[in-house]
Every structure is written in structure tokens, then in C-alpha cells.
Design a protein around this ligand. Structure first.
Ligand SMILES: Cc1ncc(COP(=O)(O)O)c(C=O)c1O
Length: 430
């Protein structure tokens, strides 16, 4: 095996050559870089720029902009994007044969590997086009009658709240949205607020594993265990969680879980999955109807008509890239990047960080406010002057710019952002 020193020497000495050949072997280099640093702890590796440079180079990015909105949707590494294009080309030869007969059956490989990564049985995992679809299958498919109550939070994702609001109008269910502080007093406080809102009419608890607004991680297991004890179903919005930080299905204990794969897994755009705990499959109605014979089959949630096989099959390549880094290392690096700007800015008297930086509470995502500057103006200035993309979060109870780096983000990009914020805090935007 290549030693770390030999690997890095090779890397430096062969830089020019590598630049020419890199396109073809970036996945191999990611794996070689990982092997070379196999003995480093995730915490030590988080600061190893030689290693992360290899990861950064595995993407085809526009480095004239600093993309700190990886919470929306992410670019795939080159190998994943190449796989997507390859599968599209194959499909287009004769789709009825090449797509339906050659590529589509291989969705089962993807299901098996995703289930392995999530820690569930493949027969409990349906592949969807995004987290919205996954969650809406659960939200619209769970049996509820007029007067039944759903308890959620006022910081859950807008589309998911809209989905419940539609059931309020259509089916006469009741929706209760609790609020919570940012940052919260404690993880227990989050659980207590949700569980404390339960009434005899409550049939479903719906909440985020990690919120998109401030990156707050919820104590999912505690909430789900208590809900089950009281006969209440749990729908957990994991859009931002999967492949972001380490956990398995057994750590959650929920009935339904929906996630995006075009966020932290870096899979092609238009990919997600739905987990349904096996005893819940039969009673959950699919969003797009399926034959009765499929009532207990997780594939009933995939009856969406003709769709590209390329997107879901290229998830396999994204999993290989993800495994090449390793989830512990990835989470440690993401926290390292987030801490680098957040701890620096937290020292500034005009700055408020709405995210608790404790690893039990958060990972890559952080939301920051400059007290004297309206957030939309702050975000506009970051873009206009520094070509930094941030997300404006304006909630009824607080506001701030949401900052989400990714594994390809450089230290220089993080420091440019922190300096830009200090300058705006000092001079304002007018
Ligand atoms: C918390 C949360 N839930 C659901 C979604 C929807 O995800 P998708 O766009 O993949 O459907 C998002 C998207 O940002 C989100 O942040």
C-alpha cells in the first residue's frame, strides 16, 4: 500500500501530469488518498488539506463563484455525472430495450446498497425523485379522518407544511405547529415541546431529523419511541440528514423517513428515498396508485410511469464516492469547515449565530445574522461583491443567512466568506 508520504510526493511531483489525466481517475485518486491516510482520525484528517484537495478536484465546478448553498441541491462529483450521462446515452439507443430491460432492473442493486447504507431491509426502501415525493407519499398516504391531529413544528419545510395544510382543507384534519428556540435550550427541550403538544386526537408526529433553516438536529429516537408507546405514527423529514453525518435507521426508530439524495449524497439531481417500517407498508396508500397485488410490496411507491433509469442507477456511483471518503470523515470535515467561519464570526459583537455548534446539535449547516443588516440585503451584498451564494432565511421568529459548505469547499472560500461578513458587519450595506 502507498504510504501517505509517498502518495503526497507522487501527487506533488506528478501534478502537471495529473492535471492532464485526472479526469479519468478521480474516483481512484479519492480512494488512494483515503488509503494513504487510513490511520488518521476523522478529526485530524478534517484539517488535512492535502487529502481534501483530492476531493475538491473530483468535481467540475465554477470556482469563480463560492457556493455556500449546498443545502439546496449539490453538484455531483465527475464520476457520478459521467455515470448519469453514460446511462442516458445507453437509454437513448432503444429505450424500450436498453432502458427498460437493461438498466431498469438494476434499480434493485441501488435499493440494496442504499438500504445497507441506511441500515434497513431493502424491502423497506423505495427510490423516489426527491424528499418531497418521499414525504408526501407518507403524508398523503397515511390514513387520517376528519378531526385527527398532526403535530409538527413551525420550522418544518414549507412544502411539507403545505401538504398537511391541503389535508386540513381536503380531509378536515387538524394541524398543530409548535415553535422552538434557535438555538434551542437543549435536545430534551425539543423533544419535550413536540411530545408535550400531543393530545388524544394526535395520530401523527412530523418533524425534521435536521432542519433546513438552522441545521438543528432533533433527538429523533427519543421522540419516536415515545410516540410509538402512545400509538402515534412518526414521519421524519431527513432531507438533509442522509450522507451528511453518521446514523442508521435503528438510531431513529421512526415509521416513515424521506430524504433527498441530490443533497449530501451528491447523487444526480432528482433522486431521493422513502423508508417505510415493514409493518406500515400494507396500510400506506401510494401517491400514484399500484395494483392490489403489490399492497405489501415497497415497490408500490415507485409506480410513477415512464421515467429515466439513469438518475436512480447513478446513485450507485454516488454511494461508491461517498464510501471512498467515509461518513465519519465527511462529517468531521463538514463540521471543521462550519466551525472555521462560525467560531471566527461568533466573536464579533454584531453577529448572532442561530445554530448550536455542539456536534450533537448540528453539522455542516449554520445560520448567521448580522444584527444591523436585513438578511436579504446581506445575502445580496455577498453575491454582488464577492460572488458568494448564501441562502436568506427569514422566519417569523428570527432571520439569518444559511451557510452550507460541502466536501469540495476550500479553506480559502470559507475565509473569504468570513472576511466578507466582517466587512459587512463593520461598514453595513448602504
Ligand atoms: C427539510 C427539507 N425537507 C424537504 C425538502 C425537499 O427536498 P427535495 O427538494 O429534495 O424534494 C427540503 C429541501 O430543501 C428540505 O430542506
Amino acid at each position: 500500500m502507498l504510504t501517505r508520504r509517498a502518495f503526497l510526493q507522487n501527487t506533488t511531483a506528478g501534478a502537471a501530469l495529473a492535471a492532464a489525466t485526472f479526469r479519468d481517475d478521480s474516483q481512484a485518486r479519492v480512494i488512494a488518498a483515503g488509503a494513504a491516510v487510513a490511520r488518521e482520525s476523522p478529526a485530524a484528517l478534517a484539517a488535512d488539506e492535502d487529502y481534501w484537495r483530492e476531493i475538491q478536484q473530483a468535481f467540475t465546478l465554477d470556482r469563480t463563484i463560492i457556493n455556500l448553498n449546498n443545502g439546496g441541491v449539490c453538484p455531483s462529483p465527475r464520476v457520478v455525472h459521467e455515470a448519469l450521462k453514460r446511462y442516458l446515452d445507453i437509454s437513448n439507443q432503444s429505450p424500450v430495450y436498453h432502458m427498460w430491460q437493461v438498466l431498469e432492473p438494476n434499480i434493485e442493486t441501488v435499493r440494496r446498497r442504499l438500504a445497507g447504507a441506511f441500515g434497513c431491509d431493502g424491502e423497506e426502501l423505495a427510490i423516489t425523485r426527491n424528499a418531497s415525493e418521499a414525504l408526501q407519499i407518507a403524508q398523503l398516504g397515511v390514513a387520517l379522518e376528519s378531526g385527527d391531529e398532526v403535530v409538527t413544528t413551525n420550522q418544518d419545510y414549507g412544502r411539507m407544511l403545505d401538504t398537511w395544510e391541503q389535508r386540513v382543507r381536503r380531509d378536515g384534519i387538524r394541524l398543530t405547529k409548535i415553535s422552538f428556540l434557535v438555538p434551542p435550550r437543549s435536545l430534551d427541550d425539543l423533544a419535550d415541546r413536540l411530545l408535550g403538544a400531543i393530545t388524544p386526537a394526535t395520530k401523527v408526529l412530523h418533524f425534521c431529523h435536521i432542519t433546513n433553516l438552522t441545521g438543528q438536529i432533533f433527538p429523533v429516537r427519543r421522540i419516536c419511541d415515545e410516540a410509538r408507546r402512545r400509538g402515534i405514527k412518526t414521519i421524519v423529514d431527513g432531507a438533509h440528514a442522509f450522507a451528511h453525518f453518521p446514523y442508521k435507521a435503528a438510531d431513529l426508530g421512526c415509521d416513515f423517513y424521506g430524504t433527498s439524495l441530490h443533497k449530501w449524497l451528491l447523487a444526480p439531481i432528482g433522486t431521493g428515498f422513502l423508508y417505510v417500517r415493514r409493518p406500515e407498508i400494507a396500510a400506506l396508500w401510494p401517491l400514484t396508485p399500484a395494483p392490489e397485488a403489490k399492497t405489501t410490496d415497497i415497490r408500490k411507491f415507485e409506480e410513477i410511469g415512464t421515467h429515466p433509469a439513469a438518475n436512480h442507477n447513478a446513485i450507485a456511483e454516488a454511494l461508491a464516492f461517498h464510501d471512498g471518503i467515509g461518513i465519519e470523515r465527511k462529517a468531521a470535515r463538514l463540521r471543521y469547515l462550519r466551525d472555521r467561519w462560525a467560531r471566527r464570526l461568533a466573536a464579533h459583537p454584531k453577529v448572532r449565530i442561530h445554530t448550536n455548534l455542539d456536534p450533537a446539535h448540528s453539522c455542516a449547516i449554520g445560520t448567521v445574522q448580522i444584527a444591523s443588516v436585513a438578511t436579504p440585503k446581506l445575502v445580496e451584498r455577498l453575491w454582488q461583491r464577492w460572488r458568494i451564494i448564501a441562502t436568506p432565511i427569514v422566519h417569523n421568529e428570527y432571520e439569518g443567512a444559511r451557510i452550507t459548505p460541502n466536501v469540495y469547499t476550500t479553506i480559502e472560500e470559507i475565509d473569504t466568506f468570513a472576511s466578507a461578513m466582517e466587512e459587512i458587519a463593520k461598514s453595513g450595506v448602504d
